[in-house]
Design a protein around this ligand. Structure first.
Ligand code: SF4
Length: 348
């Protein structure tokens, strides 16, 4: 991957929550790159740090959380590189980036759209915040955007409130608001999880179409591997705040290496599945944040567990081929110089 291809680089990102009970390491040294104009999917079960990673990029981590270490390098087309992790969350520079260069859409439209304001006014406000334009021009642009995301009678629906729209229409309105400032990066945090499959397919097609039209880079957060197959160019698999595998979508689907990635894949129904057998599940659950297992965090659930190694050594991210990495001792990292993990039970 050349430097010109990279849009965003996340390096050793650590975001922690300082609670009365202890420190929650929500993102624990995440490393990955996002290619310009491509779609990367962040995959993993709930509680694996995907959403906190996205919120860290935009510096909207809720208190008592904060970024404690790492870099989030935004590579602008001009060649300028900005470390978002170093910017003040409330400063002018970050506020200019948020919404304009990087926009976020959520699973639940009500979390980003106000129920007491007309959707049009919310889009117009976003446009006028970032562009020097009058209200009439901003309204015309808002109608155009609502048309573009497939809202019928957009010139009338612009004056509707969120509660007057169906679930699919709300999602479209939220996408229109996110796209109102033509962001270079759209972060979509499980935007289709609450939708029925037909609406989900329509929204995914819409996002792909808009990506092509606007030459956008997309970071898509999901736990649904069906969605990943549909939309991703690259995949980043996360477990307990760490990246455990990353690579292009074909490699991840056809040659998954990490036992967690393989287990996730086995848990989805295949075409021709008769439904008579039970679907495979990953044994156990994502551990409590204060009870992280020592060594490899995945070892209590892993089918390839190697006693004496996996419960002792914290595996490093090993590069297997160009742009493909895995964090598992089956693929290296057992050298004598490898530091032993002391787990975070004691640290927390
Ligand atoms: Fe499984 Fe060991 Fe690899 Fe962890 S390091 S994923 S426990 S084989």
């Amino acid at each position: 991957m050349t430097i010109n291809e990279i849009f965003l680089e996340v390096k050793d990102l650590r975001t922690q929550f300082f609670t009365d009970e202890g420190v929650v390491k929500a993102v624990d040294g995440a490393d990955f790159r996002v290619r310009r104009g491509k779609t990367v999917c962040l995959v993993g079960e709930s509680g694996c740090g995907k959403s906190v990673t996205a919120r860290s990029i935009l510096q909207i981590v809720d208190k008592p959380g904060r970024i404690v270490e790492g870099q989030i390098l935004l590579h602008r087309a001009s060649g300028e590189v900005v470390d978002l992790a170093k910017l003040s969350a409330t400063g002018k520079a970050m506020r200019a980036i948020r919404g304009k260069e990087i926009a976020l859409i959520f699973q639940e439209p009500m979390s980003s759209l106000s129920p007491v304001h007309k959707i049009g006014n919310q889009i117009i406000e976003a446009i006028r915040l970032h562009f020097d334009t009058n209200k009439r021009e901003a309204r015309a642009r808002a109608v155009d955007l609502l048309n573009r995301v497939g809202i019928p009678n957009a010139d009338q629906r612009i004056d509707a409130y969120v509660f007057q729209l169906s679930g699919g229409m709300r999602q479209r309105a939220m996408i229109a608001m996110a796209l109102s400032c033509k962001p270079s990066l759209l972060i979509a945090d499980e935007p289709t999880t609450a939708l029925d499959v037909t609406t989900e397919a329509t929204i995914l097609d819409l996002i792909k179409e808009l990506q092509k039209d606007l030459n956008m880079t997309i970071m898509f957060i999901t736990h649904d591997l069906g969605v990943v197959a549909e939309i991703a160019d690259d995949v980043v698999v996360m477990y307990l705040g760490k990246v455990v595998e990353r690579g292009d979508v074909d490699t991840i689907f056809h040659y998954p290496k990490h036992p967690y990635t393989r287990a996730l894949q086995k848990s989805i129904p295949k075409l021709g599945y008769a439904g008579r057998e039970r679907l495979k599940t990953i044994r156990g659950m994502v551990p409590h944040p204060f009870a992280r297992p020592k060594g490899c965090n995945f070892h209590p659930r892993c089918e390839s567990f190697m006693p004496g190694f996996c419960d002792r050594i914290d595996p490093p991210l090993v590069t297997l081929s160009k742009d493909a990495d895995v964090r598992c001792l089956l693929f290296g990292g057992t050298d004598a110089d490898q530091k032993e993990s002391h787990g975070s039970q004691e640290e927390a």
